[in-house]
Each structure stands twice: as structure tokens, then as C-alpha cells.
Design a protein around this ligand. Sequence first.
Ligand code: TRP
Ligand code: ZN
Length: 873
Amino acid sequence: MKNAPPKATLLEDYRPLPFKINTIHLTFELDDKETLVTAVSQIERERSAPGEPLKLNGERLKLVSLEIDGRALDESDYSYDERFLMIHETPESFELTIKTEINPSANTTLEGLYKSGTIFCTQNEPEGFRRITYFLDRPDIMSVYTTTIIADKNLYPILLSNGNKVESGDLEDGRHWVKWNDPFPKPSYLYALVAGDLGEIRDTFRTISGRDIDLHIFCDKGNESKCEFAMNALKKSMKWDEEVYGLEYDLDIFMIVAVDAFNFGAMENKGLNIFNTSCVLADKSTATDDNFYRVEGVVAHEYFHNWTGNRVTCRDWFQLTLKEGLTVFRDQEFSADMNSRAVKRIEDVESLRAAQFAEDAGPTAHPIKPKSYIEINNFYTATIYDKGAEVIRMIHTMLGKENFRKGIDKYFELYDGQAVTTEDFIHAMEQASGVDLKPFTKWYHQSGTPELDVSYQYDSAKQSLKVDLIQKNPSTADEQEKHPLVFPLACGILSSEGSSITPNVEGARKNGDTVILPVSKESQTFVFENVSSRPTLSVNRGFSAPIKVHVRYEHKDLMFLMAHDHDEFNRWDASQELGIRLMLESLQDQSMKVSEDYLEAYGKVLKNKMLDPGLKALCLTLPTEGTLGQRQSIIDFDGNHHVRETYLSRIATHYQNDFIDLYEELSSNVNYQIDPESIGKRSLRKLCLKYIAQTEKKEALDLCLESFKTASNMTDQYGALRILADYDCEQRKEALEQFYQQWKGEQLVMCKWLTAQASSKAKGALDKTEELTKDVIYDQKIPNLVRALFGGFMQNHVQFHDSKGAGYAFIVEQISELDKINPHVSARLATGFRKFGQLDSNRRDMLRKELDVLLSKPDISPHLYEIVSKCVK
Ligand code: TRP
Ligand code: ZN
């Protein structure tokens, strides 16, 4: 029996509500199993809506009592079911008092009020607040919140909510209470509460206007020192937002709380951000450089939401990219300013291509502003976030920095304190810049990745370069018909010696030695004037548009760009494109031969002393098996693995001495520091170690083990562990065991230990993954551990997509089980099935059988149903 698909919500159905809630006072009497919530709201009916009933959202609530203006309601005055509470008649303006009872310790979905270990905390975005009390739980209902928290003083000495602490006191029964008030009206999704016996660090930040803000980071006791890095990141973010956008913090206190059990990275609740521990805690012995970058980026992201998200919020959830795309763009730019801009851009584009391009190419394709959804939680996607950020970046590129800033100023001038739409954002940008963005806005409504064919011809007589562009927009799973899009295409030209030629193109904006071509049509030609010799064209510099570019380069052109392009991003991109092409060609002709030319080009980068080490490491990293798979209509999992391993081994053997020399040079007396240069050196050192290990010689694996044992920090230690974990050897066993003994008390480090084994290329990863679910450090209620283990295994292309189907059967069973605990986690893992359409018929049949069983389970969550049903369609 198939389940009936749950009902969709449509953008076109948006209507303002007939009521507004001006203020709400919440009182919590905290208890693990029976928390009593009293909500007293001042509600007004809109003049335009006489006689409408009041229909409040509510889920998993036990209704205790209901009063209007102090009078208990009669049972005939209201009705309720699993989703709504309906009050049939109300006055124009009234006070509504609702008492509900909730069970935080039974709440494993981690939305609403729940317990993470011993800590009470909340997660209300997007629709968690309705699990706390009956409410108009949508972002266009903005209210002033007051909170009184009552709890046992010993167990919960720290009681937090949004805004400012206004009063507190003790009760006679060993309980105490604290009252908080947030003066800024906000939607319910930004509401937060935390209670616990927490460790804490404090600091202050003096704002540009001279106000002192109290900063607090709370965590499990014992982890305080791991919060210092996040505190610094917070202060840097506050300063950056003042300098770059003129935005000053508005409350007198800003708090961050770190919890273990959390569905996503972090949440921007007003004045009280709640974070996954993975995005706060970091010190050199437990966190890698990647972790440090992530902490810095997420702290900034949540802080920046205070203006782009909280002060100006979303009218409805179709507008999600309004706050997320813009805030991701802001955090990316912050990180670029704090670290290496080129490395940051490359990493962001790598993940955009791996996650978002894949999403657009698969069964869950959707525009950054969808027209409908079944489960809004499934729309916190790479498309809404990362493609959304690219759309903002294109506006920034087209308008230029100054006009963009004027547009942001205008946005706050017009909409501060309101819940608005993406059209409102565009309106502000147009007003401030005078640029007509109407044609550009198609990006908001059209899904799919545009493809651009580029060809160019040099005319030596006219000394000009003619560039022909053909734009194609392939249809996607959600939409057949597409239209050409408008985007800025940053290009440059290089002379045959590799020097930059300043281009001159009519109708195009210039930026240094780069010109921004305004692309808008299916077919377009641009002519570069005054080009004195036959050049090489560098296209889409800095990834100015989120598209796939096809230039008819020969291998030698890519090698030339790899060596000479003045744009660092494109230098890296050329190295990747060349690697992809060669590996796919070797796979096709079955030769598995690595060309001498390629080895030479690779060696030039390896030996280039001028190149920034971080950038060098990125250029020398071979494209992943996943990247190769993206270029195939039917993915050849085994072939991709085999050809990549062949290339790794060939390069490793050919340059063994160089890798050893460079490794030693990078190992000599370095003090551990966290700055882009040191981080770049560590990643290059790790790359060398990888190529040394790839020979699988005893002395190579011994060196790897020694590197593991003598590491002074987690970047080096985990780097060596990940490398060893891929080879079936004694050294691997020893390292994994030592790592476990050393770090079994640290959950975040254990996540790494799980991933290293589940994603290992060595055979037996499936059995190992299954075995690890029984380890004492594993807990299926902690999303970080689940993702580390099963997410790690699903990255293991060869073994997850095992041709006998054992990987599919195992993961489907796990997902089915997890779905009962936490549908956010199960649905997210299931996005790993979106390669369904690219599987060969054998794999597709096996997976379809498994997924059909899953879909027919009577208790499958709507979250999981939506994803899986799209995958098998
Ligand atoms: N708004 C959060 C952010 O982008 C994302 C988020 C955190 C979230 N927790 C969530 C989204 C739970 C959905 C559900 O920073
Ligand atoms: Zn966000």
C-alpha cells in the first residue's frame, strides 16, 4: 500500500492573517517530562477581518486551560486537533491565556523545547514554536516577547532567553526564576530558551557609537577554553559589520550557547544564538583547520543574521533565501577578508558544485524561491543558501561595491522592523543604484544550472578578438521550459607569454585587467578591441556567475592557464578541468595512461616556489570521484575510483622524492599557528603525505604513522589518520586504536574517528560501519554522530554503491530506523539517493526495491516521504 502524498503549501496562497499578536508573556515551569507553559498574549483583530475565527497552530501539545480576558472558555467555544486550535469567536482586542503541557525529554526531533544532555534548549525555526504553545506560528506575526523561566536552582542555575534580563528571584521549594524581555518585535521562529548548569566565558565589545556589549558563550563545563576562538570570531564579526555595512549591534547583551544535540549548524535567535557544539568548540588539539574556519564562518553567519534576518525578516518561508542567501554572501565575504580570499572562493565553489549543482541536476531541483513545498524543513538546501548567495554576489558584481552598499542602506531604511519579500530586496537595490534588475530576477524563479558554450576567434588584421557565447538552460526535474538568464561574465585575456592584456569591450564594465560581460541572451557576441597578439581567453573569473562554462580549450590551453592566469580562481579551475578531462579520457579508452604532458604540468605547480601553499595544495588535489560522476549520464563508480587511484599512484611514484622533500621542508620546526599561511602549509604538507602513502611501501606507511604519533595538533593528527585509514595495513589499526583511546571522551573528535572508518577506501567499510553503530561512543540521538557515520559511508562511492546492493539495503534500514527518532536527520541522509537517475539499471532496480519498501511504511515521516518519493519518480 502506498501512502497518500501529504499536502503542499503554495506561495500563491499567501494571505495576511486576520489577527496580530502585539505582546506575549511566556512562563515556563521546567520539568523533564511535564513542563508547564503559560502564554499570555495581547491579540488584536485586523479591521479588515470582522467575524473571523482565531486559528492557532499547535503540535504535540497537551491543552490544560484556555481563557480570554480572564474568563475560562467553554468547551463549545473552541475545537482542536493534532495541528490547530480554533477559537470560534473573539473580541476585537483581547488577552488570551493558554496553558499547555509538553514533554521535552521525549522530544527527539530536536525542534520546539527539548533536552540536549542535561541542557534544556529550543529550536523554533521554521515551525518549532507550535510545539511550545498554540500560536500564529509564521514569520509575519511579530510580537514583543517576555519570558519567565522557573526551574530547580541546583540543576539549572543558568536560565536564559532573548533580550535583557529584567528580574530574578528564589522560590521556597529550591526553585528559582528569571525574567527576560526582548524589546524588539520578532517572529516566533527567533524565540529561544536555555536552562542548564553551564560553563561560561565572557568578554565585551565596544561598538562604533561607544556602547559596551556583554558577550557570553555558554557550554558544557570543562569546555570553556574551547570557546575562546569563537569569542574572537564574534568580536571580529561585530567589527566587520560596522566597517563594511555600517551595522551596529542593537541589544546590550549577546549570548551563544553550545549544545551537542542539534539538527543544523546554528540558529540566530535574537540575542541568544544556539549552536551545534561542532560550530563553537575548537582548540588546536581537538579541532582541525577546517573546523576553525567553519566555527569562524558560522559565528559570523549567525551574528550577521541580527540585521539580515532578524531586524528585517521573511514574510513567509518562500522568502527563505532573502535572509539565507544574503547572510551566506555576507559570511563568505567576511571569511574572505579574514583569510585567503582565493582559497575561500575556491572552497565555496567546490562545495557549490558538489552539492548545489548536484541538487539542480537531480530529482529535488528547485529554484532559490520555490513556488510550493510539502515539508519546509526540506528546503534548507544548498540551493536556497549557496546558490542564493551566488545570486546576491552577481548583484554585487553588476552594481559594483558602492551601489550595492547603497542598496543595503536603502533596504534597512525601507524595511527595518518588517517581514518582507525578495521583491522588496530587489526594489531597494534598484532604487539605490538606478539599475533595472527586472530581467535578472528570473534567477529567483528558475531552477537549473545554465551552461555556456564559449568560442573565440582572433583577427590579426583587425587586432580584435571575437567571443561567441551560446547559453543553454537544460530542463530540470521540477520544470521543463527554461529561459535565458542574465549574468555578469568576468573575463580576461592573456598574451602568449602569459602577460595580461587589458581588454576593451564596448558595453562592458572594466575591473582592473578583467572585463565584466553582461550576458542576457541565448546567443551573444562580444568583440575585444586592441588585442595585439593571439591571446588565450580566461572565462568566468572568480566564478562570477554560478554556471557551467564550456570553452573549446585544448589540453595545452588549460596547462597554460594553470600556469599563467592572473586570476587565482581560474588557475585552480584550469587544473581541475584538465584533471577531469584526462581522467575521463583514460577511463574511456581503457588505457589508464597518465600523459607525460600532464605529469609535467603537475610538476610545474608542485615545484613552483612562488605559489601560495594553500592554493598550491588545492591545485594539486585531483578532482574527486564525485566530480567525475557528475560528468557521466550513468555513473561508473568502480571506473572512477580505479582511474583516480591510478592517477594518484602514477603521480606519487613519479614525484616521490619531491613529495618527500617538500614534506620535510614543511615539517621542520613549525610552531602551531592559525593564520592563512600556516593553514595553507599544513594542507600542503598533508597532500605530500598522502602522495607518499599512496605508494603503500612500508617506510611510507611508517612515516604516516610517525606523523600521526608526533602530531602537535588535530589537523596533523587527523590528517595522518584519514590517510592511513584508506590503506589496509597494520599502521592503520594501530593509529585508529590509539586515536580511540586518546579521544573517546570527546564526542566531536569521535565523529572524525567514525568518518575516517566509514569513508575508508579499504575494503570492509560496510561491516565496519555496522559494527560502529554498537560502539559505546555512538548515539543515534545525536545528529553529528549519525551524519559522521552514515554520511561518511555514503561518501564512500564504491562501497555504498556496491554492485550487489548491500550498501543500499544497509543505509535504507538505518534511515528507516532514524526516521522514527528524528525525521530531519533521516530526510537529509536520504538526499544521498538523488543519484538514482544516474544509476545503471542493475543498481537502480535494487535501490528502487529498497526505497519502495520505505515509502510504503505506514509511519514514514512527511519529511522523508517527500525526498524519497522524488528520488524514485
Ligand atoms: N537559520 C539557521 C541558519 O541558517 C538554520 C537552522 C538552524 C535551521 N536550525 C535549523 C533550519 C533547524 C531549519 C531547522 O543559520
Ligand atoms: Zn542562516
